[in-house]
Design a protein around this ligand. Structure first.
Ligand SMILES: [Mn+2]
Length: 381
């Protein structure tokens, strides 16, 4: 018996570095990823799809966002079980109780509103742990497991929950889920598989092999590992161990680039690497560039960044880790100045630009860049 495990669809999510057109394509991409998840379910003969929370990015979404999401769900050919997570908690304002959600009338879509075991397929039960608030004050899974009897013979049970495991939560939040309790429930046959959401990176518990985060259906941040996958889970027959296979359904990538630039070679190598990337219009780059460049080298870098801005979905500087110092060579200064007043100004700027890492240096370097650009423009004209 197989099913598709996924989570963190985050419908309605916006990203500040995307312009309006690119944001619209990013929004459409998560609808497409969900349709693709439905195709994966059909291709792998899966009985249903389970979404382990954060189906929606918020309970306050424009009706248009919800309606289009419903149309994507309508195209999924198997039953779908949605778990309310922290972003779409089952509170008084829940999107799952909104008229827009209800009007879609999707009979194959079910919301796991409590922890009563639900028969999702013959011999398969889902036990959901929905969140009723976006900031739970305890491990909400442990008490559910305490109250569960071992599954009846012949029944395979899947726990569906949303939150960080303690082992993955450096902040030690009170809401973190106790992995030892989950492993015990697996050992005792209370549940046979644990499908988790909240973490947008894919992750598998190395100890039990049966506690899994699928990761977000479409990438949402630069730090994520293996986002954009769904898991095809095979629960196996009695006595067999369950297993899973990841299948990629996302179409965007977020790339973080940290690079030290010390000359033209480095800038050109960076350009070559970016030119080789496929799906540029669905790639977001965050760069942290450092190093020292001459005015001419820096001009080539600025050309590259300008090209990249137009070519990729977004290109954004990671300010905290960006530090490119511009140190003009004598010949470059001569080019700018053509002597006289402008030449003396350029000399002064160079002195400022190279006098250390002060804020004045950065401003002086910017001014030098501008002067150099005007001078080059003058040459061309
Ligand atoms: Mn999430």
């Amino acid at each position: 018996m197989r099913f598709v495990q996924t989570s963190d669809w985050q419908w309605g999510m916006t990203r500040r570095w995307l312009g309006p057109e690119d944001q619209a394509r990013y929004t459409q991409a998560r609808n497409d990823a969900v349709v693709r998840a439905g195709e994966v379910a059909a291709e792998h003969d899966c009985a249903f799809i389970v979404v382990a929370g954060d189906v929606f990015d918020s309970n306050q979404l424009r009706p248009q966002t919800v309606r289009r999401a419903m149309e994507a769900l309508r195209r999924v050919p198997v039953p779908v079980y949605l778990l309310p997570g922290n972003h779409d908690a089952l509170d008084a304002a829940s999107v799952y109780d909104s008229p827009t959600f209800a009007e879609a009338g999707l009979e194959h879509v079910h919301v796991l509103r409590d922890s009563t075991p639900v028969e999702a397929a013959p011999g398969v039960e889902l036990v959901g742990v929905p969140l009723h608030s976006n900031t739970p004050h305890e491990d909400v899974v442990a008490p559910v497991l305490d109250a569960l009897e071992p599954a009846p013979p012949g029944v395979r049970r899947v726990l569906v929950a949303h939150g960080q495991l303690r082992v993955l939560d450096p902040g030690n939040r009170v809401s973190a889920l106790d992995e030892t309790r989950l492993r015990r429930a697996l050992d005792e046959g209370v549940v046979h598989w644990v499908a988790l959401g909240d973490r947008h990176s894919r992750w598998a518990d190395p100890e039990s092999g049966r506690i899994h985060y699928s990761g977000a259906v479409e990438v949402t941040d630069f730090r994520e590992e293996l986002p954009g996958d769904v898991l095809v889970v095979d629960l196996g027959e009695d006595g067999q161990d369950p297993s899973m296979t990841p299948v990629h359904v996302g179409s965007w990538s977020f790339l973080q680039v940290r690079e030290e630039l010390t000359g033209l070679e480095d800038v050109r190598r960076l350009r070559a690497r970016w030119e080789q990337l496929v799906d540029k219009e669905r790639t977001v780059i965050r760069h942290a560039l450092s190093g020292t460049l001459t005015l001419t080298e820096d001009a080539e870098l600025q050309d590259l960044l300008e090209w990249a801005q137009d070519t990729f979905a977004a290109v954004t500087a990671w300010e905290r880790h960006t530090d490119v110092a511009v140190v003009p060579e004598d010949a470059e200064l001569a080019d700018i100045g053509v002597g006289g007043y402008v030449g003396r100004a350029a000399e002064d700027l160079r002195a400022l630009a190279t006098d250390g890492a002060s804020e004045r240096s950065a401003v002086a370097a910017d001014a030098l860049r501008l002067l150099h650009r005007y001078a080059r423009g003058g040459e061309r004209a």
